[in-house]
Design a protein around this ligand. Structure first.
Ligand code: ATP
Ligand code: MG
Length: 354
């Protein structure tokens, strides 16, 4: 497939992440429907070209557990990555729609992710680096595949330079600055599996049952203005003198919005400090480093309702010491995986329910 920007017609938007947005699109000459990821790269043209070269590696990544790659091109200042369209979307969207995912289906997810990780690592020496429910996709044939793996070192660097963000699926050793290894992906898999089985992020805020910290704004940069000043600063005063009534209305709305945001923060146990710094993410990272890892069966919502094998499997994913933590290959030999491989789960039927 020789992809050119002008041959691709955008259909609807599928979602937005930290690094860009994803649209459903059609390659008009062939009729191929695809997912088009648009990543804004704030870097020199030479860097963009380097990224594009590195992305070509994805042409060689062929596995039933990896979302297929159709091609990538520059559409200044963006890079467009075209991939297989997975019509049931990502597992985060799915569990938010249908609730906690049945543990037998979660077993099939574990197989797909481990097979995908093993393929990427054994064949291409690629570490995924971003395993989480939004990067595990499903289609109506009941296939489960992973996407958004770190194939381009240059792209990883550019995104790291642009977005001061961090992920709550990050392993304790990564939080402490250690090198990425395939074991870090295993940690992220463990957290993701608990999230799917419970139907909420495992590091839930203890004060408020169902709220969690996975969808917070993790931005630690002081780039945004303090929301507490909105509507009270010089700018809106200027507005007030030119157009009193509507500005009052705006201010009232801002205040309402501010209060809503405040309530939301409160319910998530988040406190804001000057300069827009979200503290709770730091607390969460500290928690991941210092406290025992979450478990399937003894966190809120777990309470011993899952099979012992599944609980043990997750425990091996979440051993805090990366030297002790199992590799994807070890885990593929775990008895829960054996059991899940044999389990007769109709994934196509399951996917037809949402
Ligand atoms: P982050 O940017 O933090 O990695 P994310 O994975 O949610 O978060 P994107 O990778 O930009 O962000 O994806 C946005 C959404 O688009 C995803 O949540 C998913 O629902 C949807 N999506 C991504 N790729 C595809 C695809 N190939 N087919 C169908 N939907 C997709
Ligand atoms: Mg993604």
């Amino acid at each position: 497939l020789d992809l050119k920007a002008e041959d691709i017609q955008d259909l609807q938007e599928l979602g937005q992440g930290n690094g860009g947005s994803v649209k459903k699109a059609q390659h008009v000459p062939t009729g191929t429907v695809m997912a088009k990821k648009i990543v804004l790269i704030d870097a020199k043209q030479s860097v963009r070209k380097q990224i594009l070269r590195e992305l070509q590696i994805m042409h060689g990544c062929k596995s039933q557990y990896i979302v297929s790659f159709y091609g990538a091109f520059l559409a200044d200042p963006n890079i467009c990555i075209c991939m297989e369209f997975m019509d049931k979307g990502s597992l985060d969207g799915i569990y938010k729609k249908i609730g906690a995912i049945d543990i037998d289906v979660v077993g099939k997810v574990a197989i797909a992710v481990l097979e995908g990780l093993t393929y990427l690592y054994d064949v291409h020496r690629i570490i995924h680096r971003d395993i989480k429910p939004s990067n595990i996709l499903c289609n109506s044939q009941g296939e489960i595949k992973i996407c958004d793996f770190g194939v381009s070192g240059e792209l990883i660097n550019s995104i790291a330079d642009t977005f001061v963000g961090t992920s709550t699926y990050m392993s304790p050793e990564r939080i402490q600055g250690a090198q990425y290894t395939v074991k870090s992906d295993v940690w992220s898999l463990g957290i993701s599996l608990i999230e799917l089985a419970l139907g909420h992020f495992p590091f839930a805020d203890s004060d408020s049952g169902d709220s969690d910290l996975s969808d917070l704004d993790y931005t630690l940069s002081p780039a945004r203005p303090n929301p507490g000043l909105l509507g009270l600063n010089g700018n809106s005063n200027t507005n007030a003198s030119s157009n009193g009534a509507s500005s009052f209305e705006t201010r009232r709305r801002e205040k309402k919005k501010e209060k809503k945001a405040k309530d939301k923060r409160k319910s998530k146990g988040v406190s804001l400090q000057g300069g827009g710094m979200t503290m709770s993410i730091l607390e969460l990272l500290q928690h991941i480093v210092n406290e025992p890892a979450p478990r399937l069966n003894n966190g809120p919502g777990g309470e011993g309702k899952f099979p012992r094998m599944a609980d043990a499997f997750v425990e091996y994913c979440l051993l805090k010491d990366p030297d002790e933590r199992w590799t994807p290959k070890d885990l593929l030999k775990h008895e829960w995986i054996d059991h899940s491989k044999k389990a007769d789960v109709d994934l196509e039927g399951w996917a037809s329910t949402f």
